[in-house]
Ligand binder design. Structure first.
Ligand code: HEM
Length: 395
């Protein structure tokens, strides 16, 4: 077990909030599958190695933990489908994946556009605004609230609860646990309401869903609600905020996008690669095995750093550490890979496409007028606050 380069402190919540790409690249070049004593895990930074692990749930399972710091914590399968392995995983996944097929999701476009336009209408161009509070946080919250079938008016609470559950992925404090419990109670009430009065939404799909003739337990229903709310929120927010920053730092590419909206889908893929909102997920080796040429022992934990795989020169070439909205192909790992590939990928992509097309059509020029505040986390690369001034358009 050798580490050829300096270890990277993936266990430190400040690390992903810092300019960590150089340190991750150093490790990846020296040792893409490196044992790191400080975390008691393998830190996997190579694209090929991450794909090898993700595509083989028999050798690398999710049931013993998926969050970088799940190791040592007792995880329950009912917490989330993230912790399920085949064959049971696909049975549960089918229960909700129907709501997220590209066709179903594309049908949501007019509604998502209306929500985005409503948020942009409320912004006063010319005056500094926190783009996270005004735009990038509320859009994914409103979209997921509508899909689940809970009032959009609860958005304020939703953000607090959802952020608390994400914060719990880094550190479970009493305050965060109390907020997460409030969210459980909230969903519990709404699930009761849908049992009494079904509607055309995801909560109803969950209370009526059956696996082998059995309804889901309330614990399982709640696990789904939490995963759907939380997985789609801060992640999409981070994509939108990080995309705003990337375009501000590359004004010529922003101008090209504003001039030609047909470039937006490829630009969103590049934002996904560049930002990598979920920086790392983990697996456990089910027996003695190898990753590439590296032997790995049974029960070893492997932290796959997607953010490092997404800058791998072996896949993205010499321009791997450049933001390039015309990159093609772009086999990034921002949505994971394999069995657990993100269910909400089409939705997140659509939200980002709509958001940037509406924003740039209205205000092609904007400026970041203060230091972005980054969220400390062992899981996410996210921005808590982003002061922006949009220039009133002269077009
Ligand atoms: C930019 C936004 C998003 C990013 C970067 C992202 C990222 C990811 C990643 C990396 C995984 C894989 C986890 C693993 O392999 O263990 C995942 C899974 C998942 N995501 Fe997303 N996600 C995003 C948006 C969404 C949205 C909008 C939803 C739903 C509303 C969603 C729901 C899920 C669910 C349910 C899973 C679990 C899938 C499974 O275990 O089979 N995500 N996501």
């Amino acid at each position: 077990m050798t580490v050829g380069a300096d270890p990277v402190p993936v266990e430190d919540p400040a690390f992903f909030a810092s300019d960590c790409d150089g340190a991750l690249a150093g490790l990846r070049r020296e040792c893409p599958v490196a044992w790191q004593e400080s975390v008691g895990s393998w830190v996997v930074t190579g694209h090929e190695a991450i794909v090898e692990i993700s595509r083989d749930p028999d050798r690398f399972c999710s049931r013993l933990g998926v969050l970088p710091n799940d190791r040592g914590r007792l995880v329950a399968a009912s917490d989330s489908i993230l912790y399920l392995d085949p064959p049971v995983h696909s049975t549960y996944r089918k229960l909700v994946s129907r709501a997220f097929t590209p066709r179903r999701v594309n049908g949501l476009e007019p509604r998502i556009r209306a929500l985005a336009v409503g948020l942009l209408d409320a912004v006063d161009p010319g005056s500094p605004v926190d783009a996270v509070d005004a735009l990038t946080a509320p859009l994914p919250l409103d979209v997921i609230a509508e899909l689940l079938g809970v009032p959009r008016g609860d958005r304020g609470d939703f953000r607090i609860w959802s952020d608390a559950v994400m914060a719990a992925a880094t550190e479970l404090t009493d305050e965060v646990a109390a907020l997460a419990f409030e969210l459980f109670l909230y969903f519990d009430r709404h699930l009761d309401a849908r049992t009494a009065e079904p509607a055309d939404d995801l909560l109803t799909a969950l209370v009526t869903a059956e696996v082998e003739g059995q309804q889901l337990t309330r614990q399982e229903q709640l696990g789904f609600c939490m995963t759907l709310l939380v997985a789609g929120n801060e992640t999409t927010r981070s994509l939108l905020s990080g995309g705003l920053v990337a375009l501000a730092e590359h004004p010529e590419q922003r101008a090209a996008l504003a001039a030609d909206p047909s470039l937006i889908p490829a630009a969103v893929e590049e934002m996904l690669r560049w930002v990598t909102p979920i920086m790392a997920m983990s697996r456990t080796a089910t027996g003695d095995t190898t990753v590439g040429a590296q032997p790995v022992a049974g029960d070893d934990y492997l932290v796959m750093v997607y953010g490092a795989g997404n800058r791998d020169e072996a896949v993205f070439g010499e321009s791997a550490d450049r933001f390039d909205i015309s990159r093609s192909p772009n086999p990034h790992l921002a949505f994971g890979f394999g069995e657990h590939f993100c269910i909400g990928a089409s939705l997140a992509r659509l939200e980002a496409r709509v958001f940037f097309s509406e924003l740039l059509a209205r205000w092609p020029m904007y400026e970041i007028v203060g230091e972005p505040v980054r969220t400390p986390s062992t899981l996410l690369r996210a921005v808590t606050s982003l002061p922006v001034r949009f220039e009133p358009s002269t077009r």
